[in-house]
Design a protein around this ligand. Structure first.
Ligand SMILES: NC(=O)c1ccc[n+]([C@@H]2O[C@H](COP(=O)([O-])OP(=O)(O)OC[C@H]3O[C@@H](n4cnc5c(N)ncnc54)[C@H](O)[C@@H]3O)[C@@H](O)[C@H]2O)c1
Length: 329
């Protein structure tokens, strides 16, 4: 019998990884392939576009997989449209005849204060993350339901907990977690599992974001509070994207067959399971609540000694942020 360490846990499976030309997605694609999966490496980005030495980063990762003895196909379609998503799934069917695993990882950033954000920046981020995640699930899930098996791992973010200057990204990422729970509950009965991660890793996009954002890190820590795991400090020096991939690949294996609708944390040496939102205090009053009864009871018994922890004064007002301007539109 094959030794546990030699056994390929995903032999015969076909996986799609979106945004897999670099960063976390690339590591996920490489590790899925190392576990025996045939991988569709999706990414829209073309390095040196228009130059004689231009190269599609998805093709480079597919080459890397093949060089290591695996099977892979590169796909350059955008996840941000229904037609792009359908083409990605069809590409997998054409190349490998089936789909078993879908890793929704593609992502972008367009930071800015909510009061200055334009529709384009809002739409671009929502389309890539939230619509893209939906669109891939939309076209892969009928296959999963028909074959009675399939795994989806979506990519959320701690930024979903409320990241200043990232309302578009936070909204998209937290939307992805709601989508994850809905898909888990809809399709569990068909043998389909859908989970999510909130990862942290030092990647190209994080480096660019850190250089360009006007919100200092302390603002982020205070805004996200204890849920950001701020007590653990920043991304550790060993927090590369290769540390995210093992948990994601493991979630695709039978070892996680009872795991559905959950959200995980992963960074460096640490993996974790997030709590699910719940009502932590409630009051009930026959006939419902009035403003007066809320004044009398709820102020004391519901909100207690809650304070506004999000003033972030002296933090968000520094840098290049200014007072909100009135918009004429
Ligand atoms: N790195 C972190 O600390 C961190 C933290 C939280 C969440 N995330 C999430 O993890 C995922 C990967 O992040 P990363 O840091 O590796 O980023 P990255 O920028 O290195 O990789 C993202 C990839 O997605 C591709 N992409 C963008 N739009 C696309 C589209 N429409 N269609 C197909 N591909 C597209 C990009 O070309 C890029 O190669 C993202 O969803 C990101 O939001 C990352």
């Amino acid at each position: 019998m094959a030794d546990q360490t030699e056994r390929k846990r995903l032999a015969g499976k076909v996986a799609i990884v979106t945004g897999a030309g670099r960063g976390i997605g690339r590591c996920e694609a490489l590790q899925l392939a190392a576990e025996g999966a045939k991988v569709v490496v999706n990414d829209v980005f073309i390095e040196n576009r228009g130059e004689p030495n231009e190269v599609a980063i998805a093709a480079s990762v597919a080459d890397e997989i093949r060089a290591a003895g695996g099977e892979a196909a590169a796909n350059l379609d955008s996840v941000a449209s229904m037609t792009g998503a359908e083409r990605i799934v069809n590409h997998a069917l054409r190349e490998f005849g089936r789909v078993d695993i879908l890793i929704n990882n593609a992502g972008n950033h367009r930071p800015g204060f909510t009061y200055e954000m334009n529709e384009y920046d809002w739409d671009r981020v929502i389309q890539t993350h939230l619509k893209g995640t939906f669109a891939l699930i939309r076209f892969a899930s009928p296959l999963f339901c028909r074959q009675g098996a399939g795994v989806v791992v979506n990519t959320g973010s701690e930024s979903g907990l409320g990241h200043p200057t990232m309302a578009n990204y936070s909204a998209a990422k937290e939307g992805i977690l709601g989508l994850t729970r809905s898909v888990a509950r809809e399709m569990g009965r068909f043998g389909v599992r859908c989970n999510a991660i909130r990862p942290r890793a030092v990647t190209h996009s994080v480096e660019i974001f850190t250089k360009t954002t006007s919100a200092p890190t302390q603002a982020l820590e205070r805004a996200l509070g204890r849920f950001w795991l701020g007590d653990r400090g920043h991304i550790p020096s060993n927090g590369g994207p290769e540390h995210v991939a093992p948990l994601v690949v493991w979630l695709c294996t039978d070892a996680a067959k009872n795991v559905n609708g959950r959200t995980f944390y992963v960074c460096g040496d640490e993996v974790g399971l997030f709590s699910e939102p719940e009502v932590i205090c409630s009051l009930s009053r026959a006939g419902g609540w009035t403003l007066d009864s809320l004044d009398s009871y709820a102020r004391e018994r519901l909100i207690g000694d809650l304070t506004n922890d999000f003033l972030l004064e002296g933090i968000l007002n520094c840098g290049n942020s200014s007072q909100p301007k009135l918009s004429s539109t």
